[in-house]
Design a protein around this ligand. Structure first.
Ligand code: MRU
Length: 347
C-alpha cells in the first residue's frame, strides 16, 4: 500500500485518518489541497510529508505556469510558505521544500511551464529516493536484530510514513525477510493511534507477528523481560544526536535504559538537521485538544477541560544506543559521528 501516488496530474493520497477501516485515496489536484492533507494528517510520517510537500510545490508551479516569470517566481515563494506552515516538527518537510526551491532557482531562466515540468521530476525523484534509502537502512539495521527478537515500536514508522518499506518498520521488514523470527509489540500511540491503526495493520498485511499494547504497558513488558530491543523512527535529529519523535518516545527510551534494553532510532539523511545544536531548539507541534477529548468523534472528557496536546517529544542522545541510517549505523559520540557522516565534506 502506497502512502502517495502520482496519477495523471493528480496526487493521490491514502487517507490515513480512515485506516484501517476504510482504504481510500483522496485526490489532490492543487497545492492547497496537498497542504490541507498534510495538516489534517491524511498523509503523515516525516518522509511522507516531505514527499507530499515536494509534489505540492510542483503542483503550485503548474498552477502558476501561465504567469510572467517574475510573477511566477513570486507566487512560488507563497506556495513554499503555505506548504511549510502545515506542520513544524518533522524537518523532512522543510528539507524537501528547500530542495525543490534550489531546483527552481537552478532553472529559473527557463519558461515557467518548463520549470514546472522539471519540478515535477524533482518531486518524483525525492519520492523514489526515499524508498531506496529505506531499503538501504533496512539492510544495515537488520544486522542489529537477533533472530527471535521481540521488538517494541511506537507510532508508525513504516511504509505508510514514507515512500515505502519504512524506517523503523523497514529494519523489522528486512530482518523478517532475512529469515529472522521477529515479533513486534506495537504501542497503540495515543492520541491518534498510529500504532493501533497503522503499524498493526501494516505488519499484519506483511505476515510479521505483531501484538498490540497500550502505551502505558511498555514498562511492564520490559520489566518482565518480554522486550529485547526498541526501535523507532524520527522526525528530526539535531547535530548532537537528540531525536524528536512521536510523543511517548522519550518515556520508552528512559524505560529501555532502566531495563538495559537497546534503544535504536532509524532515519534517513533528510531527517537530520545539523543546523540545530540540540533537541531544545526543535519546534514541537501542539495539536487540536479534540484529539484528546474525543475518540472517533465521541466526547470522552468533560466539556471545558483544559488540554495540553504536544505531538512530539525529545529523546536526549545519551538514551539512544545507535542511529540507523542509509549510510550505516551511527554510534556515540553523535556530535562527531553525525558531522562525519552528513556534515560539510562528508561523502
Ligand atoms: O504525527 P505523525 O504521525 O506524523 O508522527 C510520525 C512519527 O512520529 C514517526 O515516528 C516519524 O515521522 C518517523 S516516520 C518514518
Amino acid at each position: 500500500m502506497e502512502s502517495l501516488r502520482w496519477r495523471e496530474g493528480i496526487l493521490e493520497i491514502l487517507d490515513q485518518t480512515r485506516l484501517p477501516l476504510t482504504i481510500e485515496y483522496v485526490q489532490s489536484s492543487d497545492y492547497l489541497a496537498v497542504a490541507n492533507a498534510i495538516k489534517s494528517m491524511q498523509v503523515r510520517g516525516a518522509p511522507a510529508i516531505g514527499s507530499a510537500a515536494a509534489f505540492g510545490y510542483a503542483m503550485g508551479a503548474r498552477e502558476h505556469q501561465n504567469l510572467p516569470r517574475e510573477q511566477f517566481l513570486a507566487e512560488m515563494q507563497e506556495v513554499k510558505q503555505v506548504l511549510a506552515s502545515t506542520r513544524p516538527t518533522a524537518v523532512n518537510l522543510f528539507w524537501a521544500l528547500d530542495r525543490m526551491e534550489k531546483k527552481l532557482l537552478e532553472v529559473s531562466h527557463l519558461q515557467p511551464a518548463e520549470i514546472a515540468d522539471i519540478l515535477l521530476e524533482e518531486a518524483k525523484a525525492i519520492h523514489q529516493e526515499d524508498l531506496e534509502l529505506n531499503r538501504r537502512m533496512g539492510e544495515y539495521g537488520q544486522q542489529l536484530i537477533p533472530s527471535g527478537a521481540r521488538i517494541l515500536t511506537h507510532c508508525n514508522a513504516g511504509a505508510l510514513a514514507t515512500a515505502g518499506f519504512g524506517t523503523a518498520l523497514g529494519v523489522i521488514r528486512a530482518a523478517h525477510a532475512a529469515g529472522k523470527q521477529v515479533q513486534v509489540y506495537a504501542d497503540e500511540t495515543r492520541p491518534l493511534l498510529q500504532g493501533a491503526r497503522l503499524t498493526a495493520f501494516e505488519l499484519m498485511q506483511d505476515g510479521i507477528p505483531v501484538t498490540l499494547i497500550t502505551d502505558n504497558m511498555a514498562g511492564y513488558l520490559m520489566r518482565r523481560g518480554m522486550v529485547d530491543l526498541v526501535i523507532v523512527g524520527a522526525d528530526r535529529i539535531t547535530a548532537n544526536g537528540d531525536v524528536a519523535n512521536k510523543i511517548g518516545t522519550y518515556g520508552l527510551a528512559v524505560l529501555a535504559k532502566e531495563n538495559k534494553i537497546p534503544f535504536y532510532v532509524a532515519a534517513p539523511y533528510s531527517t537530520v538537521d545539523l543546523t540545530l545544536a540540540s533537541g531544545d531548539d526543535i519546534p514541537i507541534e501542539e495539536r487540536d485538544p479534540r484529539e484528546i477529548t474525543h475518540i472517533c468523534g465521541q466526547r470522552i472528557a468533560p466539556e471545558g477541560v483544559k488540554v495540553f496536546n504536544p505531538a512530539f517529544d525529545i529523546t536526549p542522545n545519551y538514551l539512544i544506543d545507535a542511529i540507523i541510517t542509509e549510510k550505516g549505523i551511527i554510534r556515540k559520540p553523535y556530535k562527531v559521528n553525525l558531522q562525519k557522516t552528513y556534515g560539510e565534506g562528508a561523502k
